[in-house]
Design a protein. Structure first.
Length: 111
C-alpha cells in the first residue's frame, strides 16, 4: 500500500454482506478505502445503484454509531444512503430502493 495511505477498516460483517448480495445477483463495490465519511459500499442491481453504510450489528449501539465524518456525509448527501447492520438488512434495503424506483418514488434514504 502506498506510503501515507491507510488500510480501510472494515466492519466484521462487511464481507458477509458482500457475499450475501453477490449471491443474490447484485454487483458490490467496496468504497471503504475512500474514507472521509463515504459509505462503505456501492451496490448495483437491475440498473439501480444503492449506497450502503455497513455497521456491525453484533456491536453495542454506541459502538456502531456513525463517525463524525459519516454523519457529515449523510447530512450533506442529497441522494440515497441506507444504514445496514446485517446481510439480510442490506438485501432488504436494496430491495426497498429498487421497489421505490419501480414505483417512481425515492426509497431507502436516510432513516
Amino acid at each position: 500500500m502506498p506510503r501515507g495511505v491507510q488500510r480501510p477498516r472494515l466492519d466484521a460483517n462487511h464481507k458477509a454482506v458482500e457475499a450475501h448480495l453477490v449471491a443474490h445477483g447484485m454487483s458490490f463495490l467496496s468504497l471503504a478505502a475512500v474514507g472521509r465519511g463515504c459509505p462503505d459500499a456501492l451496490v448495483g442491481y437491475l440498473g439501480v445503484n444503492v449506497l450502503l453504510e455497513i455497521k456491525d450489528g453484533a456491536k453495542s449501539p454506541s459502538r456502531r454509531a456513525l463517525t463524525e465524518d459519516e454523519g457529515k456525509f449523510r447530512d450533506k448527501w442529497r441522494g440515497q444512503c441506507a444504514l445496514v447492520t446485517s446481510p439480510d438488512e442490506a438485501l432488504a434495503a436494496v430491495k426497498r430502493v429498487i421497489a421505490g424506483r419501480v414505483n417512481g418514488v425515492l426509497a431507502g434514504g436516510k432513516p
